[in-house]
Design a protein around this ligand. Structure first.
Ligand code: 5GP
Length: 216
């Protein structure tokens, strides 16, 4: 996927006022703007599913990166199931769920993966599709991919709904990107701040008041 095919919502004019859409009243003061309304997210996922199915070369093991990726994963899998390849065939899917934690204070870098060695060995020879909610610095994804490669999958592709444009990026770019977003902390559509906002449908920028209210 070429970067010109990402939807770029990085500028000020891409932010919708809170008056333009419905926000749950318990979050009204906790977000400053709506960056991507839920309907646009859903329409974009249809297109990402189409691109993934068109490129697919056989059965896919679709890997959900928990917890933030679960909503995107669920909606993407639903769309992929509806689609056929050009030759009329559908794509056989199996689903896997991986909880990934970066060792942030470890200079060697790395990730803790919730699957056992035995479970990871099952990936050998398979086509993996990793489904992530957001790439920020790219560190988590690069560590995860290095780890998965050691189990010799046939192919590994990554889709991230959001790619943050940040100077802290390590340059990693997923194969399928929904939206390029500004360097701000976003919540909603299962992206959380200390476990809050997972019940907000739109992707929003958190406000200073929201950060203070839900700080731990
Ligand atoms: P990275 O390793 O790419 O810097 O960070 C990846 C993880 O950081 C994401 O999977 C996500 O959990 C978290 N993250 C980064 N930016 C944001 C953000 O703007 N909002 C939320 N909710 N999580 C974020």
């Amino acid at each position: 996927m070429d970067p010109s095919d990402w939807i770029d919502v990085t500028t000020e004019k891409n932010h919708y006022s809170l008056n333009h859409f419905v926000i749950p009243s318990h979050y009204e003061r906790d977000v400053s703007s709506i960056l991507i309304p839920h309907g646009v997210i859903m329409d974009r996922i249809q297109k990402l599913a189409r691109l993934i199915v068109d490129d697919s070369q056989g059965p896919l093991v679709v890997c959900c990166i928990l917890k933030g990726g679960h909503q995107y994963f669920a909606d993407l899998v639903n769309e992929i199931k509806k689609l056929r390849r050009n030759n009329g065939s559908s794509v056989p899917l199996s689903l896997e769920f991986i909880r990934v934690k970066s060792y942030t204070n470890d200079t060697s870098g790395g990730v803790n993966i919730s699957l056992t060695d035995e479970q990871l060995k099952e990936f050998e020879g398979k086509n993996l599709l990793i489904v992530e909610d957001i790439i920020d610095t790219g560190a988590t994804m690069v560590h995860l991919l290095n780890r998965l490669e050691t189990y010799n999958p046939k192919s590994v592709k990554v889709t991230s709904l959001l790619l943050k444009k940040t100077p802290k990026s390590n340059g990693y770019i997923p194969h399928y990107v929904g939206f390029a977003i500004p360097d701000a902390f976003v919540v909603g559509y299962a992206l959380d701040y200390n476990e809050y906002f997972r019940d907000l449908d739109h992707i929003c920028v958190i406000s200073d008041e929201g950060k203070a209210k839900y700080a731990v």
